[in-house]
Design a protein around this ligand. Structure first.
Ligand SMILES: Cc1cc2nc3c(=O)[nH]c(=O)nc-3n(C[C@H](O)[C@H](O)[C@H](O)COP(=O)(O)O)c2cc1C
Length: 182
């Protein structure tokens, strides 16, 4: 069983990030026969503000989230770009988790942006963060703009091709690592 986690770093429900991850999901199942795909959105979980020294081990959400990250073989993380970077809420979540939990695990990113030229700052920052944690940052990020939507739930073919490529990178990398995290 290959466990893939789709992590939505948007606090808003019904966001572009959610839609992007829904579209990636199908490709993950096509590319990885034995995929078990989980979905977690920041909109659905309550993450305490990180306070160094405070013990959050008793915090139900964080305990469950730590367990899920540990058991996951690969991650696709989507988030909106805020002021040229990732949302503070997503950084706060990542700061709660030991960098060792991401070590050597494949991860790729989708940024959504309000501006046609946005998204790339956030992608650069999150790649730095995951490189710092010695994750396997895959060379296949995607930026989604609102104009990429041709209908409410359909992205253009170029974007869909990029989602498919992301899924095939995740498949290739997890195969390479032989990651069975059952
Ligand atoms: C606080 C804040 C800062 C933002 N900064 C940027 C930015 O730097 N670049 C950009 O392209 N869009 C920026 N945006 C727009 C969001 O990225 C955009 O609304 C979002 O990706 C669209 O998806 P959503 O409405 O489904 O969340 C910002 C939005 C907010 C609320």
């Amino acid at each position: 069983m290959t466990k893939v986690l789709l992590l939505d770093g948007n606090m808003k429900k019904g966001s572009l990030t959610e839609l992007a991850l829904e579209n990636v999901l199908g490709y993950i199942h096509t590319e990885i026969d034995d995929a078990e795909v989980g979905f977690i959105s920041l909109a659905d979980i309550e993450v305490p503000l990180l306070t160094p020294g405070a013990d959050v081990k008793e915090h139900d959400t964080m305990r469950r989230f730590h367990g899920i990250v540990e058991a996951t073989d690969a991650f696709v993380i989507a988030f909106p770009e805020y002021n040229g970077s990732i949302p503070g809420s997503l950084k706060n979540l990542l700061d709660h988790i030991s960098p060792l939990k991401f070590r050597n695990k494949p991860v790729c990113f989708i940024a959504t942006a309000g501006s046609r030229y946005g998204g790339h700052g956030a992608i650069g920052h999150i790649r730095d963060i995951f490189n710092h944690m010695y994750a396997r940052v895959l060379p296949c990020h995607t930026v989604v703009h609102k104009e990429d939507l041709i209908e409410k739930e359909v992205f253009n073919t170029i974007l869909m091709g990029r989602f498919e490529t992301m899924a095939s990178y995740v498949a290739g990398e997890t195969r390479l690592l032989g990651g069975d995290n059952t």
